[in-house]
Design a protein around this ligand. Structure first.
Ligand code: GLA
Length: 391
């Protein structure tokens, strides 16, 4: 009897040990080999902190097809996207940090965050609206621009957690009148929904009590091989765009809308990102690689295809759809190996790519671009979808 009891205890101890191993050590890219519904990939404790007097946490969305998305209410960050490869093996395809502090630290390059009030750049941090000039805090030192909403934009704020279900979460915030220099008290929400067919849908809504400008985007860095697994130069990119908005040396649009045809920015047919990235082309040298806004074809305000990304090695295929007129394709040119990612490795140069669906950069200073003005009584609405499959 005693021997049987001892054997049972031993089995329990051993199985507990391997649980722990499979959660944080073994398995592909640190994932459990067969992630059970009750087994979390990221350690929620590392996200349960207090920042600016507000509680942060980690939430998991899942579906029946084996996809999981982890979200924190700090910066409305997507902290992990776990999606099977062509062999059915799950892997995390989003760059990020192990704990919430990483996202709050100064060196965070907006991993997974919702960016606002103004995604991308505003020339000199200055714009005019209804005859009044607004001066915004500058946070892009060398270029003297405001970038991604300023030093304490929405990506640096703790959002309120609203309705939460197995596959969706709503996050919201209130940005007071004058926040980061912008007029109007803004109420903003985002709802992330993970569908049964492996699509992560994002719906943004906002209202203001004074005329203001608004340009929200999602800044996830994808690596379809798996985060921390080298660079993305072998990924094949297609952008549904015949035109782009050229920039000057300070990465501010010149105001032109130029054809991509005949340039290394032509991704109308799927092309490896690395194929022309070192071409002798002025726009590529200004961007240190790809860091430009493409003008999405169609643009009828409905949900249009912005682009697709394919990774032959894993078979993972990503489609990005949006109601926005533009997409900033940024290929991680500023990553330099100095950041340590979730699985302990460093994120190398071009270790991830972003497809930031948005209105065009610097629109408040560009008469020819679609307007980013939001007036009281009108609701801002954006829907963007990251849809995954394998080929
Ligand atoms: C955007 C910008 C880039 C860079 C990244 C964040 O994509 O266009 O120049 O600032 O965000 O590092």
């Amino acid at each position: 009897m005693k021997t049987i009891r001892n054997l049972l205890i031993l089995t329990l101890i051993l199985s507990c040990g391997s649980c722990k191993n499979s959660k944080f050590g073994r398995g592909l890219r640190g994932l459990p080999e067969n992630p059970a519904a009750d087994e979390w990939y990221l350690d929620a404790e590392g996200f349960r902190k207090t920042i600016d007097g507000k509680k942060t946490d980690l939430y998991r969305l899942s579906n029946d097809a084996g996809m999981e998305v982890y979200v924190t209410n700090f910066g409305a960050v997507i902290a992990a996207i776990i999606v099977p490869d062509k062999e059915g093996i799950p892997g995390d395809v989003a760059l990020g940090f192990k704990e919430v502090e990483g996202y709050a630290a100064e060196g965070d390059p907006y991993f997974g965050a919702v960016v606002g009030r103004y995604g991308n750049r505003i020339d000199g941090g200055r714009f005019e609206l209804d005859g009044q000039v607004y001066e915004l805090p500058i946070n892009e030192a060398g270029n003297d621009n405001q970038l991604h909403g300023g030093p304490k934009g929405f990506s640096e704020m703790v959002w309120e957690t609203g309705e939460l279900t197995n596959n969706s979460i709503e996050l919201s915030l209130v940005s007071p009148d004058g926040d980061m220099g912008y007029p109007g008290r803004l109420e903003l929400s985002v709802r992330y929904t993970l569908t049964q067919d492996n699509a992560l849908e994002m719906v943004y809504k906002a209202v203001t009590d004074k005329p203001t400008v608004l340009n929200i985007t999602q800044h996830t860095y994808f690596n379809l091989k798996g985060e921390g697994r080298g660079n993305i130069l072998d990924h094949e990119l297609m952008l549904n765009a015949d035109h782009f908005t050229p920039v000057n040396q300070r990465l501010i649009p010149t105001g032109e809308i130029s054809p991509v045809e005949g340039t290394p920015l032509d991704f109308t047919t799927a092309t490896k990102i690395g194929k022309r990235i070192d071409d002798d082309y002025e726009q590529l040298s200004f961007g240190r690689g790809y860091d430009h806004n493409w003008v999405i074809n169609a643009g009828d305000g409905g949900l249009n295809l912005a682009g697709t990304v394919y990774c032959e090695e894993t078979g993972r295929f990503l489609e990005v759809l949006t109601t926005e007129p533009g997409v900033q394709f940024y290929c991680g040119n500023f990553l330099d190996g100095s950041l340590t990612g979730k699985s302990g490795g460093s994120y190398e140069h071009r270790g991830g790519l972003c497809l930031e669906t948005q209105h065009f950069p610097d629109s408040p200073n560009q008469e020819g671009f679609p307007s980013t003005v939001l007036n009281p009584g009108k609701e801002y609405y954006q829907k963007t979808v990251f849809r995954f499959s394998v080929k």
